[in-house]
Design a binder for this molecule. Structure first.
Ligand SMILES: [Fe+2]
Length: 245
């Protein structure tokens, strides 16, 4: 009697029902879910967004905050063009952004502040590993913000700049934080939100409440906003942009 032959290569009429998806799942059940990565697993952070937070005094002698506050209030009081701009544009409070381009020249204390900010910005540029090709980051704009009770600064970025930031002059108790937004948010589509207790680097929104005398720096494309100032007193800050080359 001849020995049984292996089936010919090619299509062979199945002798049993062909496995469908369900039967494949039965053959290869998913691995048990695990809450923690295994010992051979690596999880990395990619495309990181850095935020710099420091005391102004970390890079040298900080300006006297009371004197700086009085300087801001004095400039605001004298700057009629700025007051007009705020009124026409529905900006509650005061900003010198649209009216004054010479604050360091007008005020020695702001000139000294800029020297300090230069050092903070250089430290941050080093942290984010910018290849500046031998050119320096230099101050492009610096302006005063006075946000009264009920004032708000809606979400925005700082176009044409590389590093932006704010230093805080007067932050009354209960005043608003600054909110930063994950720059990839428009691409997240159906991605679920994050748990309330998620680590900061995984959250989609971050609220920070800096103290007077602190400085925050971020890359200028990072969208941010100042929620409504609920404190009775003014929230006073000085913001700035640095450009490259
Ligand atoms: Fe801003």
């Amino acid at each position: 009697m001849p020995a049984p032959q292996p089936p010919a290569v090619g299509w062979v009429k199945p002798t049993a029902p062909r496995p469908n998806h369900l039967s494949l799942v039965a053959l290869f059940p998913p691995l048990p879910a695990q809450d923690k990565p295994g010992p051979m697993t690596t999880i990395s952070s990619l495309f990181v967004t850095r935020l710099y937070r420091a005391q102004l005094s970390d890079q040298g002698k900080a300006p006297d905050l009371e004197e700086l506050e009085n300087t801001c209030l004095g400039i605001a009081e004298d700057d009629e063009a700025g007051q007009d701009w705020c009124e026409k544009n529905g900006y509650a409070g005061y900003t010198s952004y649209a009216s004054l381009t010479d604050l360091p020249w007008r005020s020695p204390i702001i000139k000294d502040l800029v020297k300090l900010l230069d050092k903070h910005v250089a430290a941050f540029a080093k942290d984010v590993a910018f290849d500046l090709d031998g050119k320096k980051l230099k101050l492009e704009d610096i302006w005063i913000n006075i946000l009264p009770q009920g004032g708000i600064h809606t979400g925005h970025i700082h176009p044409h700049s590389v590093i932006s930031g704010t230093t805080y002059v007067a932050m009354p108790s209960g005043t608003s934080a600054i909110r930063f937004e994950d720059p990839r948010l428009p691409m997240m589509m159906a991605a679920p939100g994050r748990k309330k207790k998620a680590p900061d680097e995984l959250k989609q929104f971050i609220y920070l409440s800096p103290d007077a005398g602190e400085v925050l720096l971020w890359e200028s494309w990072l969208r941010h906003e100042v929620p409504m100032n609920m404190a009775e007193d003014d929230r006073i800050s000085i913001s700035f942009n640095y450009s490259w080359g």
